[in-house]
Design a protein around this ligand. Structure first.
Ligand code: ADE
Length: 418
């Protein structure tokens, strides 16, 4: 048996369970499967070292199989210690992939895992939340010359990259995978929408019908969460700072209120703004007994957890898995899920495999493109042809047929003269 790659995972003995779950997820990922077979024939990533920061889930393992089938040498670090699935991490190591991820590792351990992925001197970075790109620029600039490009999966990461670029600090080309129509429409809306409600229901057992669900932020994720909450019978209140999104929420039939007014109405609060201090002491003081608080944004800054602790007279940890009850001076209990971290991955399985099929197919094709393209430092759009190919392949896999433009229709669309 070949030597295992240098890794840090919890227990290699879990590999068999991990492998079975990866195989199961792959059955819902036909687009990635087709890519894996093409990559295995063509080996477009031969000799390319890829460092990836990602949630270590069965779906990520499927992407890892695609990239390594294409010839890539992959070094994977966890994106969030609470989303790491130890059996999947073990299965990947047994398959020869270097993995640095353990469930529940502390901040220092997590930082060490990101460093370990960079130690591989990667050519391409696959990032989630700008963690690897940020670390590379801040602490490992000596490695920058060897890195051709990166790809970013999240809204939060793209926002950070654009800030870096605006301040002249970004020294790499990075493809904004998050901004592709496929990612926004499918992953952010349907993936985050379903998996966030799934996490709330699994963690609390709450009947959503008849409740008031407050959704902070009406971007693609907030939009998806609000739609799913309504579908389950909740009244939805949206809070926003951006007038066009607020108007969209109103026209979608939701009530829009400032959080200071929504706080006393909500049974469930879901933050998805990408910004800090969305739920603070001002709001905790107004909330109902039993209110559920959860964050679906990338970082754990949206619920002021320290403020919640300071406002509380006691904390009852793990009243159910992933649920901490914060007792207020007047006896109310506020239920914080997953310590305010990304709830859909910490308390559920993240986006379904059928969604990640699309996201990761876009990622894999983007890595193939980045490994060859000559791009200047900055944030780059993913070519529309990649998104288009993924959508067409997914539709074909689903057995959905499209109409085709006639020659006269093509001509009509390509002229301004009528
Ligand atoms: N991000 C959101 N859902 C995910 C999943 N299931 N696997 C990996 N990354 C994700």
């Amino acid at each position: 048996m070949p030597a295992l790659p240098p890794s840090d995972v919890a227990d290699l003995g879990l590999a068999e369970s991990g492998r079975r779950r990866v195989d199961f997820a792959e059955r819902a990922m036909p687009v990635l499967g087709l890519l894996t077979r093409r990559f295995a024939r063509q080996r477009p990533l031969e000799g390319v070292r890829v460092a990836a920061c990602a949630h270590v889930t069965p779906e990520t393992a499927a992407l890892a199989r695609t990239l390594t089938a294409g010839g890539a040498e992959l070094h994977l670090a966890a994106s969030n210690p609470l989303s790491t699935q130890d059996d999947v991490a073990a299965a990947l190591v047994v398959d020869g992939i270097a993995v640095h991820a353990r469930y529940g590792v502390d901040r220092a351990g997590h930082a060490g895992h990101l460093q370990a992925a960079l130690d591989a001197r990667p050519h391409v970075l696959l990032d989630d939340g700008c963690d690897l790109v940020g670390l590379l620029h801040a602490e490992r600039p000596d490695l920058l010359d060897g890195v051709r490009a990166g790809a970013e999966q999240t809204s939060t990461g793209v926002l950070r990259l654009r800030q870096m670029a605006a301040h002249g600090a970004l020294r790499l080309p990075v493809a904004a995978v998050n901004d592709t129509p496929m990612q926004l429409l499918v992953a952010n809306r349907h993936g985050t929408g379903q998996s966030t409600l799934d996490a709330v229901m699994r963690a609390t057992g709450t009947l959503i019908a008849g409740t008031t669900v407050v959704v902070a932020g009406y971007g693609w994720c907030g939009n998806g969460i609000a739609a799913r909450a309504r579908g389950l019978g909740a009244s939805v209140v949206v809070t926003e700072v951006e007038p066009r999104r607020a108007l969209e929420a109103v026209l979608d039939g939701h009530r829009v209120l400032p959080m200071a007014r929504a706080a006393s109405l909500g049974d469930v609060f879901l933050t998805t703004t990408g910004d800090r201090d969305v739920l603070t002491a001002e709001h905790f003081a107004l909330m109902k007994d039993g209110a559920v608080l959860a964050n679906a944004g990338h970082f754990d800054v949206e619920v002021d957890v320290e403020g919640l602790l300071a406002a509380s007279v006691a904390v009852h940890r793990r009243v159910r898995p992933h649920v901490d009850a914060y007792e207020q001076p007047d006896g109310r209990r506020l239920l914080l899920l997953a310590e305010g971290r990304l709830v859909n991955l910490a308390a559920a399985d993240g986006h379904p495999a059928a969604v990640m099929d699309i996201s990761f197919a876009v990622q894999a094709l983007t890595v193939e493109w980045l490994a060859r393209a000559e791009l200047a430092p900055g944030v780059h759009e993913v070519p529309a042809a990649i998104d288009d190919e993924v959508a067409r392949t997914k539709l074909a896999a689903l057995g959905v047929e499209l109409d085709v433009l006639t020659a006269a229709q093509e001509r009509y669309l390509s002229t301004w003269q009528g």
